[in-house]
Design a protein around this ligand. Structure first.
Ligand SMILES: Nc1ncnc2c1ncn2[C@@H]1O[C@H](COP(=O)(O)OP(=O)(O)OP(=O)(O)O)[C@@H](O)[C@H]1O
Ligand SMILES: N[C@@H](Cc1ccc(O)cc1)C(=O)O
Length: 459
């Protein structure tokens, strides 16, 4: 089995690796780069600093794992000394990005949006602060630390004072309707029955102008986003090209990342309703750890490349070790540990790791050597202990713990995806008498599907 102490010693400074674009491609973090790529590549090879930005709309209270993919591109640049700007879309969030959507978004209350702007802003700050700390654990004593600067912007600051007449007079002629109509986000909606409002149609102008503003005011050269953002990003490159005379000397670029999808091919995110949020109040470090601990063997290498700053030789070694004994889940454990520590700091994964090992081994084998009291103690310390009453039925318990309906809970039981006490005891019906399933008459281990294990203290 791969010992983590061993893996840690392999780590070499990524700052030494200068060919960052090739490395990002090799990590699977690049879907498209705009032209002239060779210009950007040579500038980076010459060791010149650049500034990049990525924006997030405040359509939820928290960032989710899908959002981390473009942010990991920024983090890779940041730890090599490049400057980054993260933007929260206080203005664009009022309009609603049609990219990748079949129908219009419902309007959001001002207060909700403002709360989201605040919390997403804090998370963006925290992500790069923690990312810096995480990367520092990877640098050797004598290696230099060369981080860039990170600033946070809210596009409402420059949009709030823009007057429509002035905007149209100054920029209108440079924005071409033909290009706007041809963007995927618009063309797709025009070709189906779903109508599109003028707000959504003009969204690309807002994002294009943001890029222009950041290019001009902050020297931002590259915009990064998911590949559903390609149209919005190239709209910005077009606008900068039309407005800036010196564009040949200092071109603007777009880099998109592949969209992280679920096993059924759906974009992982808020709209699809399958997001894993990184806010610890929504998903605890344990939840994040669990999510990655349950990664399929086939995804371990891909996720190590995308979500960690381990080097490719370290990843190759981890994957090699993992393949020797996949049932030990050494690859999943390192992946889960790295991401939890990246998001929540050094040692944040320790408890989650201990609890996961115990739960995984016990639920799998049914051989539980821990007493109910010990289980309650470690799970309550890790903040994952659930409470219930023996008078609740299994259907009621599942519905409550999953925030779902009773009929969904019934369906889960009928589908055979509910296990009580261990993987060997599948629930086939509703349960009213808990005694046969409890550890020390009080603790219930319940597994729902492959991903979720609940530890419930029944009183
Ligand atoms: N699953 C994903 N994989 C890669 N990038 C993603 C994913 N989901 C979102 N992103 C990227 O994160 C950035 C911010 O996205 P945004 O805040 O709009 O989230 P979203 O999940 O796409 O929202 P929504 O589902 O409401 O459209 C964008 O560049 C977007 O492309
Ligand atoms: N349109 C992006 C968010 C964004 C907003 C403004 C920008 O300038 C850049 C990006 C998205 O929905 O994912």
């Amino acid at each position: 089995m791969l010992k983590w102490g061993v893996a840690r010693r392999w780590i070499t400074s990524t700052a030494c690796r200068s060919n960052i674009l090739s490395e990002l491609k090799q990590r699977g973090l690049v879907s498209q780069i705009s032209q002239p790529e060779s210009w950007l590549s040579s500038r980076l090879k010459e060791g010149k600093k650049i500034k990049l930005y990525c924006g997030v709309d405040p359509t939820a209270k928290s960032l989710h794992l899908g959002n981390l993919v473009p942010l990991m591109v920024l983090l890779n640049f940041y730890v090599r000394g490049h400057d980054i700007v993260t933007l929260v879309g206080g203005a664009t969030g009022r309009v609603g990005d049609p990219s990748g959507r079949k129908s219009e978004r419902s309007a959001m209350e001002d207060l909700v949006r403002e709360t989201n702007v605040n919390s997403i802003g804090k998370q963006l700050q925290r992500f790069f602060l923690k990312g810096k700390e995480y990367y520092e654990t990877k640098i050797r004593e004598n290696e230099s630390r060369r981080f860039g600067e990170h600033i946070l912007e809210d596009n409402y600051h420059w949009w709030k004072d823009v007057k429509m007449l002035d905007f149209l007079a100054q920029y209108g002629r440079h924005i071409k309707i033909q290009s706007m109509l041809s963007r995927d986000s618009v063309a797709a909606r025009l070709s189906n029955q779903n109508s599109m409002g003028f707000n959504e149609f003009t969204y690309q102008i807002l994002q294009a102008f943001d890029f222009y503003h950041l290019y001009k005011e902050h020297g931002v050269m590259v915009q990064v986003g998911g590949n559903d953002q390609w149209g919005n990003i190239t709209a910005g490159i077009d606008l900068i090209g039309r407005l800036e005379e010196k564009i040949k000397e200092k071109p603007a670029f777009g880099i998109t990342v592949p969209l992280l999808t679920t096993s059924t091919g759906e974009k992982f995110g808020k709209s699809a309703g399958n997001a894993v949020f990184i806010d610890p109040e929504v998903n605890t470090p344990f939840d994040i750890y669990q999510f990655f601990y349950n990664t399929t063997d086939a995804d371990v290498e891909r996720f190590l490349n995308i979500f960690t700053l381990l080097t490719s030789s370290e990843i190759t070694e981890i994957v090699k070790e993992h393949a020797k004994n996949t049932h030990l889940r050494s690859g999943q454990k390192i992946l889960a540990r790295e991401i939890t520590e990246l998001l929540h700091g050094k040692d944040s994964s320790k408890e989650a790791e201990q609890v996961s090992d115990i739960l995984f081994a016990s639920v799998r084998s049914g051989d539980l050597s821990l007493s109910g009291e010990t289980l309650v103690n470690i799970c309550s310390k890790a903040n994952i202990l659930q409470y219930g009453s023996k008078s609740e039925t299994l259907i009621e318990l599942i519905a409550r713990l999953t925030n779902g309906s009773k009929s969904e809970a019934k369906r889960k039981i009928a589908q055979g995806s509910v296990y009580l006490h261990s993987d060997r005891i599948k629930a086939i019906d509703n349960v009213t008498n808990w005694e046969p399933y409890l550890i020390d008459k009080t603790v219930l281990l319940m597994k729902l599907g492959k991903q979720n294990t609940f530890v419930v203290k029944l009183q």
